[in-house]
Design a protein around this ligand. Sequence first.
Ligand code: GLY
Length: 597
Amino acid sequence: MKRIWQFGILASAFVVGAPLVAQQTADSVAPESATEGSVQAVSSVIADAYAAREAGQPVVSDNWMVAAANPLAVQAGADVLRVGGSAADAMVAVQVVLGLVEPQSSGIGGGAFLVWYDAASKKLTTLDGRETAPLDATPTLFQDAEGQPLKFFDAVVGGRSVGTPGTPALLAQAHRRWGRAPWPSLFTAGMQLAEEGFTVSPRLAGLVERDTDRLNRFPATAEYFLPNGQGVQAGDTLKNPAYGQTLRTLAEQGADGFYAGPIAADIVRTVQSAPGNPGVLSAVDMSLYQVKERDAVCVTYRAHDVCGMGPPSSGALTVGQILGLLEPYDLAALGAENPESWRLIGDASRLAFADRGRFMADNDYVPMPTKGLVDPAYLTTRSKLLAGDDALPEVAPGNPTFDHASNWADDEAIELPSTSHISIVDAYGNVLSMTTTIENAFGSRLMTNGFLLNNELTDFSFRSHRDGVPIANRLEPGKRPRSSMAPTIVMQDGAPVLAIGSPGGSRIIGYVATAIIGWADWGLNVQEALSMPHLVNRFGTYDLEDGTTATAQADALSAMGFEVQIRSLNSGLHAIEIGETLKGGADPRREGIALGE
Ligand code: GLY
């Protein structure tokens, strides 16, 4: 397969959306930018993993595999799996190291969704560790005195955007349910790296440089990322003793050491006293936080059941809708080079995003047609809209079956995430797919006890109503903001065959859907499916990945009526194919690898 990728600076661009699907400008701004250069390989095993990634070949193993966004984090997970730890154990070790070495993307100050295949019971379940809106937050939190939405970064930077973190509780619950290793042992690598120092990666250094003004607004954040007024540089050794101490507290006290006591008090104080933009998160919010177990959402695609995270994420429903709408069309026969394949994928995505904008939110707060949205009969009817030759002139939400009355206006949520994805298979056959985030790169930019606090509340719609009609994803006290995160496990005949997911804001959905199509329809190996150039459509404009063969589709797609834009597209897909052997892949656009034995 021909693939051309060049690391480059983000070509940030605003996109004009299709008329009937609401979006805010920031929904179209790329999230984190691409990685310029690669992490220095610290061992021959890691060097081999990078070499396989660049050659489009998966890493192959017999027993276990871990794929994530930074080699130090992957190494920490591999060390746990090697001595008999479960995928849940390894995930804890990976996450606490990611929070140190990739702090812009995820950490204990954020939230996550986890999909778990349990080898013993042969069942899938999902855990929702999404942040919650503070009880004192109101639907107008992100509006000015005239009721107009705030500018995105005016909302993000500071305390206003901080939701109650969910990741520490998720780690604890996953370990309690599926762990084998002693809980404190899972913090050893993170504590050691925090206290002895780790090597700053090119990606972290580059993102610090681009975010200097915002990071500079808060002394604790500036002192860490901009010591002596200069941003940390790639190759620097960076120590974070405060994070090491926080990890020690978590190791000794469990999640209680986070949600109560001095760390919780520091989080609340940091949020409520943020200069210029304080928030309302309180000790009560911290004490009430709970992980929720939810049913996986599954959609049949070809020989597979594609399963993932339901509401409050729109991930599995929207990925599932895209694939379900494409089911009647023979993409395998059409092939990856055929513009007709991309017409179908592009308009299936637009139709799915129309439903997402209208119906999807936290269904603990708003009635949602969860089953209706992926009902085969509904998808078959709606897929007939794709039967023409040209781009749909406009798209509108459909009429999925509700089992109750409902009337929502289209959403206006902003998603400019950071985010990271972890895929793990352990030696017992358990499979984990977890996407984890602090939302925007460096989250709210507020830092306490060595970690960044999320800005996840800006995933709510800034407007609460449109023409007097309520928006499903409006902010309400205690509610979880709608997400696009799509941690996925693909099943075949009741057994897991692929774990996959990605960061990328609302483009996560397109990245995951097209990687599954590349793997399932076009016969790509798992690494090729992740490396495949991106073509992503959400609201009408077709984004083609700059510097790749994707741009060869531009003229044909324009002739069909799509508005085409060539831009940097920064996924961070990590996947493991499960068969007679395990085959792992990592997205060449970021710094990750797969390792296995
Ligand atoms: N904040 C990224 C997401 O939840 O989709």
